[in-house]
Design a protein around this ligand. Structure first.
Ligand SMILES: Cc1cc2nc3c(=O)[nH]c(=O)nc-3n(C[C@H](O)[C@H](O)[C@H](O)COP(=O)(O)O)c2cc1C
Length: 187
């Protein structure tokens, strides 16, 4: 079995629907155990994200896939609280050699969603993780996936809470890709 966590914040459920699609992609392989965690505002106490049991279970994961809506050109404060709390695992590089990937959404076609993914990639790098993007060339070999053309990870655009089927398909693809890569690394 390989173990993959999907940790995300969502308020109006666009990121949540992307997370579900990623989980579905991960579960295409029955040998993948998935931990899904939706960050809840109640986990943030006096501005600090507090959930020791989540961090305990992340320690044994082969991969952590992180998601947040894009808020003001970056990840949401709720996701950032989780990221800041992960600093407890940074000094000893406890997440080193885990695989990382990310997903985000925004209401604009180009609402600076890439900035959120760049931040997630930086976070993963601080932890010594291996970042995995999308090998889907928009308009090329994989015409149909990654309609917004970002290869850092999954980017969705939604103005009304509904998620475009291609964005969901891209998210499912990312889940499948991470599960496959983790199995290859394990061998
Ligand atoms: C405080 C705030 C800031 C936002 N900033 C951006 C932004 O910079 N770019 C963008 O495209 N959308 C922005 N949005 C829109 C959200 O990213 C969009 O509604 C997204 O679908 C919400 O994700 P969720 O459904 O997972 O909560 C912002 C929304 C809020 C509430």
């Amino acid at each position: 079995m390989v173990k993959v966590a999907v940790v995300y914040f969502t308020r109006t459920d666009v990121t949540g629907q992307l997370a579900q699609a990623i989980v579905a992609g991960l579960q295409e392989n029955p040998l993948t155990e998935v931990i899904e965690h939706r960050i809840d505002g109640q986990e943030i106490i006096d501005g600090r994200f507090v959930n020791p049991s989540l961090f305990e279970s992340l320690l044994s994961c082969d991969a952590i896939i992180m998601g947040s809506p894009t808020y003001m050109g970056g990840v949401s404060a709720q996701f950032k609280a989780f990221a800041d709390a992960s600093s407890d695992y940074w000094a000893e590089q406890y997440w080193s050699n885990k695989v990382a990937a990310g997903f985000t959404c925004g209401s604009a076609l180009n609402g600076d969603q890439s900035s959120s993914l760049q931040y997630l990639m930086t976070l993963a790098s601080q932890h010594g993780m291996y970042w995995v993007g999308l090998d889907t060339a928009h308009g090329g070999r994989d015409f149909g996936l990654n309609r917004l053309g970002c290869q850092l990870g999954v980017v969705a655009r939604s103005g009304n809470g509904e998620v475009h089927e291609v964005d969901l398909a891209s998210a499912r693809y990312l889940g499948r890709r991470v599960a496959k890569l983790v199995r290859q690394l394990r061998r």
